[in-house]
Design a protein around this ligand. Sequence first.
Ligand SMILES: *Cc1c(COP(=O)(O)O)cnc(C)c1O
Length: 396
Amino acid sequence: MSASPLMPVYSPSPADFTEGRGMEVFTRDGTRYLDFIAGIATNALGHCHPKLVAALTEQAGKIWHMSNMYQTGLQRELAQKYVDATFADVVFFANSGTEAIEACLKLTRKYHSANGNPHKIDILGFEGAFHGRSYGAINAAANPKYLEGFGPALPGYQQLPWGDHEALKAAITDTTAGIIIEPVQGEGGVRALPVECLHGLRALCDEAGILLIFDEVQSGASRTGKLFAHQWSGITPDVMAAAKGIGGGFPMGACLATEKAASGMKVGVHGSTFGGNPLAMAVGNAVFDEISTPEFLQHVNDMANHLGQALEGLKDRHPGVVIDVRGKGLLRGIGLNQDPLPLRKKCFDRGLLVGNAGGNVLRLAPPLIVDQEHISEAIGVIDAVLGEAAAQAHAA
Ligand SMILES: *Cc1c(COP(=O)(O)O)cnc(C)c1O
């Protein structure tokens, strides 16, 4: 018999976390940790934000679930907020990032078939991408590690080198339907796509008459100091997936699209039992109202500057361990010359929660309510851990 009744697809830390307040979380025995990963960029407003607790508990006493056969008004309200704040004309609500991606992929193929081009089915993605764990999502990202053992890869997906404009241009054919990309790659190594590349992508898609799909599941929800990361560039996608932070910790995803891109999405074409359910929508509305104000975005940008400078300082102090610092806003990575996992563990032992990402990267994605003192505390811990790693390398 195995030791745990859980399917062993994760390797979580041994202690149970039972409470969270703002930037801090506590295990059952009361041990405190400073949270610099926020459930992987998900608890945008930290833990148990009073406005989110109020929104959720108030809604819990009203109505929980109705199915999309009926309206509650809450979906329309939240969709209108995202429409007013972005390129999108319409929104479909899902429960997770991978479901939002699934909707984006289906919408893209449907757009072409509904417009007389059913042969346009190919979606071009990029090396290092992560779009979630559904069949569509693992095929769109085409990471061999996540496809292995799940039978033949689905037709209609191709993976290209990251940041190679010429290779991408050459890969676009008459059967191409769209391009999917994260404006800031999360899992793949916290790599921010240069603004010029976003402009290049838009131009390529316009020329070829194909859809540009942004995966802002991790980079959205004000994480980079704009509501969505692509808004730094001035160009917009045709379709976009959002999730993680937009629910502030409550499961929720969204597929946002222009009216034109969504022209094939008619009654019965797509759906979800729980997508847009009243509990998620009540929290989603409360999250949006907090994270979208100019003052909040200013705070994120201020904190991003502090964090960015502090990370540059770490790089200067530990040249033997830190290769580079990357990312954007409050989604940051420290590129290391070694496996980040032992360092992540050492941070944990010193009371700091951080993540890791592909390519030997330590990932930082604190709740957006982080302040300067939290940043100093976290940097102090990472500084000490990097110092130990350097000393070990020296001794070896
Ligand atoms: C987390 C993530 C997803 C998948 O979201 P789930 O809610 O885990 O399904 C998709 N894309 C990106 C960029 C992500 O970071």
